[in-house]
Design a binder for this molecule. Structure first.
Ligand SMILES: CSC[C@H]1O[C@H](OP(=O)(O)O)[C@H](O)[C@@H]1O
Ligand SMILES: Nc1ncnc2[nH]cnc12
Length: 290
């Protein structure tokens, strides 16, 4: 059995978590550049946790400029086995109201200005993201939310847009009525895809802040209202996170859904054709199969 190391990527409004023992902010260098910030590493109920504020403390990185590859690589270097992303989102469903949490299980990736893979020329690999989140981790975060009395929806499709502007009314209606998305945000892609490439279990807890711009009774998206809702959501998120060590435990078996073996048959480039420079950069992400 391997040791569980829980990684938490905090989104807008979630820039720290309190209560970790032996906690220290650690700088982690990666071949993909610097992560969004230092990573807070500590222990909770005997389980190691690593917390990274996605936008950096002080909210420095835009959704487009977040160094997604460096963030996931840094988590891997720290031994993280399970990543929980806590992210603000807009809602396309009446019943997914501001203040509710949604355990996301599908994505529509509409981002277009980001590096989306660790692999490429000289080391080509294709992983499956048909099931982009880990069902075991999803069950744990749902249980954690319920234990904290948070209204939580089990399953939902997250549309990842490029941003930083919010959607037009026409886009908002199309995402909801034609594409069937449930929530919208700007950051969880390519993060989820990169976590899969790095063989780390990943799940998104989407924290609803607004009804985007489709809802006739709620007007259009308004950043002031979002920020007001964010504050309450962030506190709930921190309470949810504190429940995770108890639910996941300190030791873990191989993931039943195969997230931790995603690279098993994924690499197509013949060993003698691989680019040594790229292989060197993959020491953490693909170290298990190299
Ligand atoms: C706070 S408004 C929009 C901003 O919030 C979300 O960030 P995150 O996913 O990191 O919580 C959304 O994706 C946008 O980046
Ligand atoms: N309506 C929205 N669209 C995109 N990202 C968001 N984050 C929070 N609300 C959002």
């Amino acid at each position: 059995m391997a040791e569980t190391v829980i990684g938490v990527i905090g989104g807008s409004g979630v820039y720290e978590i309190a209560g970790l023992e032996e906690a220290e902010w650690r700088r982690v260098d990666t071949p993909w550049g610097a992560p969004s910030d230092e990573i807070l590493v500590g222990r909770l109920e005997g389980v190691t946790m690593a917390f990274l504020p996605r936008h950096g403390r002080g909210h420095v990185h835009s959704p487009t400029s977040v160094p997604y590859r460096a963030n996931i690589d840094a988590m891997k270097r720290l031994g993280v086995t399970d990543i929980v992303s806590v992210s603000a989102c807009g809602s396309f469903r009446e019943e997914m109201a501001p203040g509710d949490f949604v355990v996301v299980d599908q994505f529509i990736d509409r981002t277009f200005a980001r590096e989306k893979s660790f692999f490429g020329e000289g080391f080509v690999a294709h992983v499956s993201v048909a099931h982009p989140t880990c069902a075991r981790l999803g069950a744990a975060v749902k249980a954690a939310a319920e234990a904290e009395g948070i209204r939580v929806h089990d399953g939902g499709t997250y549309l990842a847009m490029e941003g930083p502007q919010f959607s037009t009314i026409a886009e908002s209606r199309m995402y909801r009525d034609v594409w069937g998305a449930d929530v919208i945000g700007m950051t969880n892609m390519p993060e989820a895809k990169l976590a899969r490439e790095a063989e780390i279990c990943y799940v998104t807890v989407a924290m609803v802040t607004d009804y985007d711009s489709w809802h006739e009774d709620h007007g259009t998206v308004d950043i002031t209202e979002i920020i007001a809702t964010l504050t309450g959501n962030a506190d709930k998120a921190r309470r949810l996170v504190r429940r995770l060590p108890g639910l996941l435990g300190g030791a873990r078996e191989a993931c039943a859904h195969g997230c931790d073996r995603a690279l098993e048959h994924a690499v197509l480039t013949a060993p003698d054709k691989r680019d040594p420079a790229l292989v060197a950069k993959l020491d953490a992400v693909a170290g298990r199969i190299l």
